[in-house]
Design a protein around this ligand. Structure first.
Ligand code: ZN
Ligand code: ZN
Ligand code: ZN
Ligand code: ZN
Length: 434
């Protein structure tokens, strides 16, 4: 039996060798620029650029001409030096596209994309951006680029770099089946409250020390049909929540439908950027969300900060109810914070540090944003150590005093002096695209 296997392997290696040898000999022709392949005519330059920023996209994978590789075989020659590479890429895409448990589950295909840090499902269809209509496929790519930009900034602030960031195992979704029981981190039955829910099993993760990168990919979904949202909430997240919902720490998942305020391109992009940062940081070093431990101030601060950094304002509150209740200065906060943190205002850190993310008003979240703003601008070298300390559940006050080497009041004086020196008296006009 063994011999048969060896013989077979021998044959395969042999024929592969021959194929490679002949592929190397192929020279292409003038029409294909001596490549053996030409660009697929189905896709314009804008889309080709978008596709270059993701690992896989289900929409392009369905192209009957190129199989998502963006290249078709030259019809004037037998191939060229690029032919084998394109062939391999097509096979890789086909294998990725075939593993789609969500499509099997919903009995229809859903637009999805995979990037270095995320697996997104953007099932919105066409949405509006001002007066313009934006195709759902293009929106999916814009969101993918936004959340990867958030990941790039998080990498920068937490000293990750490409080499350190663990290449997360493929198929987080593929490995997850509805009702497997494995995925259930959210509360069963559950509230309608939405908002962040930490995975209760996260704290039990047997981590002797903290690892340098992420544990997996962040899964983020938006549905046009509220029934789809409800169904995946029930069967994948074991929750009855009907609003937007996220599971943080271990196997982070975010699901939402295009309800009310999430019906436009900017709203979806900002919502995803905001929540991407919560998810990434909750999965970094240790699968643990610190928002209801000792790091509510840190969690709220960073959620707003990355959204603000990308879009020049923050319109998403860290709890859903706050969103409904009020806005804080139209999402542009720096000028308002400069006033609120003026010399006559009393100290705020002693009150903010012990609070959980979900217990804060939007004004308190804005103060946390500003404190995080100060940390990443003035003490970015300490940011990784702060998160590590919070993941070890150290009290925030003690941790900060140790790392910054000063009392809480002295720290707040420094932060507020920086706010007075660097925040504008009047915020710039928001971008027109909203
Ligand atoms: Zn050719
Ligand atoms: Zn695409
Ligand atoms: Zn094509
Ligand atoms: Zn938030």
């Amino acid at each position: 039996m063994k011999r048969v296997v060896f013989t077979l392997v021998g044959l395969i290696v042999c024929s592969l060798g021959q194929a490679q040898a002949s592929a190397q000999d192929l020279k292409g022709c003038k029409r294909c620029d001596q490549q053996g392949v030409v660009p697929c005519k189905q896709h314009d330059a804008e889309l080709r650029e978008h596709e270059g920023h993701v690992l896989f996209c289900s929409v392009i994978a369905a192209c009957p001409d190129c199989g998502g590789s963006l290249w078709v075989d030259c019809d004037r020659c037998d191939g060229g030096p690029k032919s084998a590479e394109v062939e391999a890429r097509r096979a890789e895409i086909a294998a990725w596209a075939a593993a789609d448990p969500m499509a099997e589950y919903l009995k229809r295909s859903v637009p999805r994309v995979e990037t270095t840090h995320f697996e997104l499902i953007i099932d919105t269809g066409t949405l509006k951006e001002g007066k313009k209509k934006v195709d759902g496929h293009i929106l999916m790519h814009r969101v993918a680029e936004d959340v990867e930009e958030v990941a790039r900034l998080v990498d920068q602030h937490y000293g990750l770099g490409e080499a350190k960031a663990r290449e997360a195992s493929r198929g987080g979704l593929a490995g997850m089946a509805p009702d497997s029981g494995e995925s259930g981190g959210a509360e069963p039955g559950g509230s309608d409250a939405g908002g962040p829910v930490a995975n209760p099993s996260a704290g039990a993760t047997p981590v002797s020390d903290l690892q340098p990168g992420y544990f997996g990919k962040m899964r983020m979904w938006i549905w046009n049909n509220p029934d789809d949202h409800r169904t995946v909430m029930r069967d994948f997240l074991h929750s009855g929540a009907s609003g937007d919902f996220k599971m943080l720490g271990k196997d982070p998942i975010f699901s939402v439908w295009t309800e009310g305020q999430f019906k436009t391109v900017p709203a979806v992009r900002m919502l995803f950027a905001h929540n991407a940062s919560h998810m990434l940081v909750s999965n970094l070093y240790k699968e643990l969300w610190v928002g209801d431990l000792t790091g509510g101030w840190f969690d709220a601060g960073l959620g707003h900060w990355y959204e603000y950094e990308l879009f020049g304002l923050s319109l998403n509150a860290c709890i859903e109810e706050a969103n409904v209740l009020k806005q804080y200065h139209g999402g542009q906060w720096r000028a308002a914070l400069r006033k609120d943190l003026g010399p006559d205002a009393s100290y705020v850190l002693p009150k903010l540090l012990p609070m959980n993310t979900g217990a804060m008003t939007l004004e308190e979240q804005a103060l946390c944003f500003s404190f995080y703003d100060w940390l990443v601008h003035e003490h970015v070298d300490l940011v990784p150590a702060i998160l590590r300390g919070l993941k070890r559940e150290r009290p925030a006050r003690e941790l900060l005093m140790e790392l910054l080497g000063k009392s809480l009041f002295a720290m707040e004086d420094d932060w507020r002096a920086w706010v007075q020196a660097s925040y504008p008296v009047k915020d710039p006009k928001p971008k027109a695209w909203r």
